[in-house]
Design a protein around this ligand. Sequence first.
Ligand SMILES: [Zn+2]
Length: 140
Amino acid sequence: MSGATTAPARPRPVVQPWARPFWDSARRHELVLQHCNACNQAIHYPRVACPHCGGGDLGWRRASGRGTLYSFTVVESNAPSAFIADMPYVVAVVRLDEGVQMLSNVVQCDPGELRCDQPVEVVFERLDDEFTLPKFRPLR
Ligand SMILES: [Zn+2]
């Protein structure tokens, strides 16, 4: 590093026990969603009870990995210090085909070309040995 300033470490996800399958799957480059076995709805973020019916019989299903861009912002200044090197970067809410929304980043894109409702697909970016982050890119 020869005296160069190093960026602080990126924050790591805080994983509740019931969310562990989401992160274990992401590490294998699989996007999974919690699913309620009582009312048959997808759930995200992971919870201990279904937000639709209150049931506790929840399982996991592999998701399509596809969705549309519901909303986004391009961070071009004043990023947290661990992310300054990434600017400009895109923070987005993606509406997955399964009907749930996921806060993530859109990568492999020209931020100026993004538009709401455009199709996106999941990609995986390794953070460290434990965590791989689901992100999205425009579906071409
Ligand atoms: Zn339910």
